[in-house]
Design a protein around this ligand. Structure first.
Ligand SMILES: [Zn+2]
Length: 397
């Protein structure tokens, strides 16, 4: 294990990442959206400006998204942005991604919400991660009727999940979207909600679980709250942790005190995500990247500054977070199987990946997780993780 202690970045690069929580509008790159092309700043400077925004309140912090969605008002711009984000994730070693956005924000020039979702699905399908999932978000501030319409659009367009995002301090979850979440879950959509991200929002976590969410976005409030920990464990829900986003926004003072490691050790299922590739993070942390998030998990808990150190998790714990993410993926078993086959073919060179690949090439392999009780996607992530750890331990490439 000595090589691993010296090489968290090398291991983070090789590990198969699972990105369950990434916003399309907060992740667009210069060149993939007209508004960013029009910016007089270069892409790096634009990113820094976005990350330096006012974070004094949730509504202030969310204002930047108005600017980001302005350039995503046509089917072609949405397609390009989705492809570009997925390709960037793929280059970072992501094997499964779920792209989320609120389709109602992309209707200023005539698209319907379902049109916007279909365009993003097309962009994903044309990307290096073609089997990945699309999640329709509703925004709390837009009311319960809006949330119901986003569920309708998700069902019409064949999206894979439903999320509730936006200002959770001023718009409690149950009133804004509880009924819509229950309908989405009953209709077979995967359901998640931003909950417990901002101070005083623990009640949103309980509301999300009671409305059928199988995943909790951020969930910082769960850390250190024994009753919430127990509720999340009993529900079997996965917390989509986004460390760089949380340290960047000041919701977690530093990486070393971010609750992800404590949650996992308390028995909570956790995954690790970026939240936004452009808009998350701060001057101290830099932008969120899939490799950077995994590296933070592995780095020792040293330094009190917001950009310093990590969470001190072991490679085995990080592997568990990655496979938890895969097991909590939305979408159909066949979609997971195709993603697993693609990942093993593209990323797998080691013995564990090759052994699994030969077993899951046939379509029937998706039906019951190969009879092993797990999802095919999670098995692929475990195989790729085992090979990555073994390679780095041996000081391989
Ligand atoms: Zn988010």
């Amino acid at each position: 294990m000595a090589a691993l202690a010296r090489a968290p970045l090398a291991l983070a690069r090789r590990l198969p990442k699972v990105e369950l929580h990434v916003h399309l509008d907060g992740s667009i790159q210069a060149g993939s959206a007209p508004a960013l092309d029009a910016s007089s700043l270069g892409p790096a400077a634009f990113g820094r400006q976005v990350r330096r925004r006012d974070r004094s309140s949730m509504s202030a912090s969310l204002k930047v998204f108005d600017r980001l969605v302005a350039g995503l008002q046509s089917a072609s711009s949405l397609r390009n942005a989705a492809s570009s984000v997925c390709d960037q994730l793929w280059r970072e070693g992501v094997v499964w991604a779920e792209i989320r956005f609120c389709p109602a924000l992309h209707t200023q020039r005539g698209l319907t919400p379902a049109d916007a979702l279909l365009a993003v699905k097309e962009g994903v399908a044309a990307s290096k991660l073609p089997h990945s999932a699309v999640i329709a978000c509703a925004l709390r501030s837009m009311g319960s009727g809006h949330a119901e319409r986003m569920v309708d659009a998700a069902l019409e367009a064949g999206a894979h999940g439903f999320d509730v995002a936006g200002n959770e301090q001023d718009f409690p979850l149950e009133a804004a979207a509880g009924a819509a979440m229950r309908r989405a879950a009953a209709a077979g959509l995967g359901v998640t909600a931003h909950a417990g991200e901002w101070p005083g929002t623990g009640s949103n976590v309980l509301a999300a679980l009671s409305a059928g969410a199988s995943r909790i976005g951020h969930g910082i409030a769960v850390g250190g709250d024994a009753a919430l920990v127990q509720a999340v464990i009993e529900a079997g829900a996965t917390v989509e942790c986004c460390p760089t986003a949380n340290v960047g926004s000041g919701r977690a003072p530093s990486f070393s005190v971010h609750p992800i490691a404590a949650l996992m050790r308390a028995g909570v299922k956790v995954s690790v995500s970026c939240d936004n590739l452009l808009a998350s993070g701060s001057a101290e942390t830099g932008p969120a990247t899939p490799t950077g998030e995994v590296c933070r998990l592995l780095l020792p808990r040293s330094g009190a500054g917001p950009g310093e150190g990590g969470m001190g998790m072991s490679p085995a714990e990080v592997g568990r977070a990655l496979s938890c993410g895969a097991a909590a993926a939305f979408g159909a078993p066949e979609q997971h199987r195709l993603a697993a086959v693609a990942a093993l073919e593209q990323r797998g060179q080691g013995p564990a990946a090759l052994a699994l690949l030969s077993r899951i090439r046939s379509p029937g392999a998706a039906r019951d997780g190969l009879g092993l009780g797990g999802s095919v996607l999670a098995l692929a992530v475990e195989a790729l993780t085992a090979d990555a750890v073994s390679e780095v331990e041996q000081g391989g490439r």
